[in-house]
Design a protein around this ligand. Structure first.
Ligand SMILES: Nc1nc2c(ncn2[C@@H]2O[C@H](COP(=O)(O)OP(=O)(O)OP(=O)(O)O)[C@@H](O)[C@H]2O)c(=O)[nH]1
Ligand SMILES: C[S@@+](CC[C@H](N)C(=O)[O-])C[C@H]1O[C@@H](n2cnc3c(N)ncnc32)[C@H](O)[C@@H]1O
Ligand code: SF4
Ligand code: SF4
Length: 325
């Protein structure tokens, strides 16, 4: 469906849980998120009903995210439900990868087309410091499994944080040269947990690219990496993979926005950075059918702002894991 700013909204991101088995320093406090009562979180069947209603409005791409989507019990059922909807042609996941290796084959059989892993460091010690709980080897096994199962393009999300992983950017480029991996450097957003220190630790994509060009020379622009997101990609001559940048702060990509977000407790967010939410859970639990849900979703699309206003600070009660990144 076309929104009020002439953008085609065809991508739904679903946070299937706000909980996580890691505690990345920029995303969650050490104790995790506040416990949400079970009944407040949508069931997998309810997520499936919303996907079906959204598909009637032209949603064709669905990304399952969180929190950590793979800790949600029976998550394969949701993939199978979406796979059965012929209007959806891309079912992807964003995961920290800890549980991915053992679930990969089943996920692929249930309809997963491709996967984005969050991996902020290639050093096991640094990775542990950033995630507070993560074991690098488990994630790496997952990444290798995704390549083996040809879940291409396999992407790595690297949130760039000054003093934390800025000495490793070159290592990620070397990785993209040797392996068919698409490394995306993400500008740190002042959302949720990291809000107070995000400004001081921010590194712009431009600064990262300058640093990389000094070491590696010129990169070629790459336009063929499949994706629904805002990343811009580059490739070193002869490299098997690419690098990319998600410039949410320095050069926002709102003019090309194509997405809606559904929170774990059934609220549709027209914008990542807007406070506005449309409640789908209450009407659904009162008996709203597919058409009524589609009308509510259409209303949310009409409310999409022309761009975000991150410069005005983050006063939202929500954190990134509830919104789904
Ligand atoms: N500001 C802003 N940032 C976004 C938006 N969508 C994604 N991002 C950022 O990009 C990061 C990576 O997103 P992913 O979940 O990997 O998905 P994607 O890049 O849309 O996926 P592809 O389909 O593979 O292109 C997120 O964690 C956010 O930090 C958005 O709509 N607005
Ligand atoms: C919230 S996580 C959810 C999915 C999964 N747990 C994972 O980490 O991939 C989705 C993405 O959001 C990114 N993210 C979280 N907080 C962020 C922030 N403050 N700024 C930029 N990206 C952030 C993470 O790095 C991750 O790539
Ligand atoms: S970024 Fe993902 S893995 Fe890290 S704490 Fe947030 S939800 Fe968990
Ligand atoms: S910040 Fe809001 S308007 Fe901009 S791309 Fe993201 S969701 Fe769309």
């Amino acid at each position: 469906m076309i929104d009020n700013h002439q953008r085609n909204i065809n991508y739904l991101r679903i946070s299937v849980t706000d909980r996580c088995n890691l505690r990345c320093v920029y995303c969650m406090p050490p104790e995790g998120v506040k416990h949400t009562p079970h009944w407040e979180i949508l069931s997998l069947e309810e997520f499936g009903r919303i996907v079906d209603a959204a598909s009637d409005l032209g949603i064709k791409k669905v990304r399952i995210t969180g929190g950590e989507p793979l800790i949600r019990k029976n998550i394969l059922d949701l993939f199978e439900h979406i796979l059965a909807n012929p209007k959806i042609d891309d079912i992807s996941i964003t995961t920290n990868g800890v549980l991915f290796a053992d679930m990969a084959k089943d996920l692929k059989n249930a309809g997963l087309t491709r996967v984005n892993f969050s991996l902020d460091s290639l050093s096991p010690d640094n990775f542990k410091d950033i995630t507070r709980l993560g074991k690098f080897d488990a994630v790496w096994k997952g990444i290798e499994k995704a390549i083996e199962l040809e879940l291409h393009p396999v992407k790595l999300n690297v949130v760039a944080v000054r003093g934390v992983n800025d000495r490793e950017f070159g290592d990620f480029v070397r990785l993209s040269r040797e392996m068919p991996l698409h490394v995306r450097f993400i500008e740190l957003m002042p959302i949720g947990e990291c809000n107070p220190w995000a400004v001081g630790n921010f590194i712009s994509a431009e600064e990262i690219m300058q640093q990389l060009q000094e070491e590696f020379g010129t990169f070629d622009i790459e336009t063929k990496v499949t994706g629904n997101g805002p990343a811009k990609y580059y490739r070193l001559p002869g490299a098997k993979g690419t690098i990319g940048f998600i410039t949410a702060i320095s050069e926002h990509f709102c003019a090309k926005c194509n997405r809606l977000r559904l929170t774990a407790n059934g609220q549709l967010r027209p914008c990542l950075y807007g406070k506005q939410e449309i409640d789908l859970k209450t009407p659904m639990r009162r008996g709203a059918g597919r058409q009524e849900l589609a009308e509510l979703i259409a209303g949310a699309i009409k409310l999409k702002p022309d761009q975000h206003h991150m410069d005005q600070g983050w006063t939202d009660r929500r954190v990134m894991s509830q919104i789904g990144g």
